[in-house]
Design a protein around this ligand. Structure first.
Ligand SMILES: Cc1cc2nc3c(=O)[nH]c(=O)nc-3n(C[C@H](O)[C@H](O)[C@H](O)COP(=O)(O)OP(=O)(O)OC[C@H]3O[C@@H](n4cnc5c(N)ncnc54)[C@H](O)[C@@H]3O)c2cc1C
Length: 481
């Protein structure tokens, strides 16, 4: 008889674990609390890291190594737990992860270099024929879902709209989960092992939440994460004694996009790093610049907070205006800007300085002086106000402009369940793996330290999801006790 592995959560960690468990001969019961698969994995836009891939070689990057990628990951994580054994596995198996996704049908042929990387190694799919971006997280999740529901249909039972609420344990071994379906009916789903892939807790906003417990200062802050990101797996594992690590290490992103039609929404669209990387400038409500837009995320976030500008009706969000001109829009990508501007209405267009000033409610003379000073700084190569020395474009008094309101948001929770390099979750008291319990993805911690490097989360899901799924399939009920 085949073993049954119960996988909780249908993001990239969960589907990677599922596919790996079936390839080791197990059947899988896959549980998802929302109506559909995807999780935050489906929202990813920048891509997935890997060194030594065919795409990297084709792009002429031939000097990247396991050590360089591991060093970048650990340097970015300074100040938190970024375990060497986990980082090494992540780096050494990154090429295989890219090839695995490519083999399943995800085109990962376009490369970019994100902040904190010493080489170009973040993979995504090429833009569509009309120039609009191919949403990489969505594409990966759609491809994997088709595989699970197609080729693996007779091996994987998918149970959606069903929330896992407790881990079931017998003789010390985890043997399944107690669940509640959408109509409130409780039942048990049993198996030989459980893999938790429930994601992080960036949207756990109640007064008894993990945010309240570990980062109370962030409790009222919006997030880029979906409503499902409530740390359920961390809570369930902790209740049976799992060790947690770095729970207070939470990554903020300075540019969540405020939707003028729904400013108080707890979930915000992510304003990609490329907005500022393409030359977008930040203005306060008085129409002045106040920070080097290309500074660290933490510095930009602090500077936005220091302005004290509250977005009306947002429930207290401090914000700034992000302004692009035509040259910045071109660099950012017309297709991408069109998505944020025309499709979801997060940008507005101002033809002239006067319209721009009206739009942000600042005196025209101040806005004009700000833009003149910025253009002069760009020409001279140094901004005397902010020390900025890199100017992707010259942005001056010539319109049109594209303007969005941006606010710092919770983006990623580095902390989670402590695990072995094979994805087994560790008991806090005995310091050994809890029999039958595995995990992968954002539910786990100890890899990214205090600051996750962009592109490493999708990679972590594939590398450790596959490891955890294989370990769960291989684990023996005779290991009990
Ligand atoms: C806007 C955005 C952009 C990003 N861009 C990138 C990027 O470009 N590159 C990168 O590497 N990372 C990126 N990240 C981070 C990355 O997408 C996520 O951290 C990662 O995909 C998490 O994967 P996961 O499988 O652990 O969790 P998720 O993908 O969030 O999946 C967890 C699933 O578990 C389900 N679930 C939760 N609790 C339960 C329960 N009790 N019972 C049943 N099901 C449950 C959820 O509904 C969800 O479907 C981005 C994140 C966001 C929000």
């Amino acid at each position: 008889m085949r073993k049954v592995v119960v996988v909780v959560g249908c993001g990239l960690g969960g589907l990677s674990a599922t596919i790996a468990a079936t390839s080791r001969g197990a059947n899988v019961t896959l549980i998802e609390k929302t109506e559909r698969m995807g999780g935050n994995s489906a929202k990813a836009t920048s891509g997935i890291n890997g060194w030594g891939s065919p795409a990297q070689l084709a792009a002429g990057v031939s000097d990247d190594t396991a050590d360089l990628f591991a060093d970048d990951t650990q340097r970015s994580g300074t100040g938190g737990v970024s375990r060497e054994d986990l980082v090494r596995v992540l780096s050494e198996e990154s090429r295989e992860a890219i090839e695995w996704l490519t083999g399943l049908g995800v085109p990962l042929t376009t490369l970019s270099q994100l902040g904190g990387h010493s080489r170009k190694r973040t993979h995504r799919a090429p833009d569509k024929a009309d120039g609009s971006p191919t949403p990489i997280g969505f594409t990966i999740m759609q491809t994997l879902e088709q595989h699970v529901r197609g080729a693996l249909a007779d091996r994987v039972t998918v149970v959606t709209s069903t929330e896992a609420r407790e881990l079931l344990r017998e003789d010390g071994h985890v043997v399944g989960v107690a669940v509640r379906d959408a109509s409130g009916v409780d039942s048990e789903i049993r198996g030989d092992a459980v893999v938790l892939c429930t994601g992080g807790f960036s949207n756990d906003h109640t007064s008894s939440s993990l945010l309240a417990e570990f980062a109370p200062e962030l409790l009222s802050r919006p997030t880029t994460n979906g409503a499902f990101a409530t740390g359920d797996g961390v809570k369930m594992a902790r209740r049976i004694g799992a060790s947690l690590v770095d729970m207070d290490k939470i990554q903020l992103h300075p540019t969540g996009l405020v939707n003028p039609k729904d400013p108080s929404s707890a979930t915000k669209f992510l304003g990609p790093e490329a907005l500022r990387g393409s030359g977008g400038v930040l203005l306060n409500s008085a129409g002045q610049r106040f920070v080097d837009e290309l500074g660290l995320r933490s510095a930009v976030t602090a500077a936005i907070h220091a302005q004290g500008d509250e977005y009306a009706g947002s429930g207290g969000c401090l914000f700034a205006h992000c302004v692009l001109n035509e040259a910045a829009a071109e660099l950012f990508g017309r297709g991408m800007l069109g998505f944020y501007w025309k499709r979801i209405g997060l940008f507005r267009k101002a033809e002239t300085v006067s319209e721009l000033a009206d739009l942000i409610g600042a005196p025209e003379a101040t806005v004009r002086a700000t833009l003149e000073a910025y253009a002069a700084a760009a020409e001279s190569g140094r901004c005397p106000l902010t020390g900025k020395t890199v100017f992707p474009v010259v942005l001056g008094t010539e319109g049109p402009y594209y303007v969005a309101a941006v606010t710092p948001v919770i983006h990623y929770t580095m902390g989670g369940c402590e695990m072995t390099a094979d994805g087994a979750l560790i008991d806090g008291a005995t310091r050994v793996p809890i029999p039958g319990l595995f995990g992968a993805g954002e539910v786990t911690g100890g890899l990214h330290g205090a600051n996750r490097l962009g592109g490493n989360s999708l990679l972590e899901c594939v590398v450790f999801g596959r490891r955890a799924g294989a370990s769960a399939a291989d684990s023996q009920l005779t290991d009990r006790g």
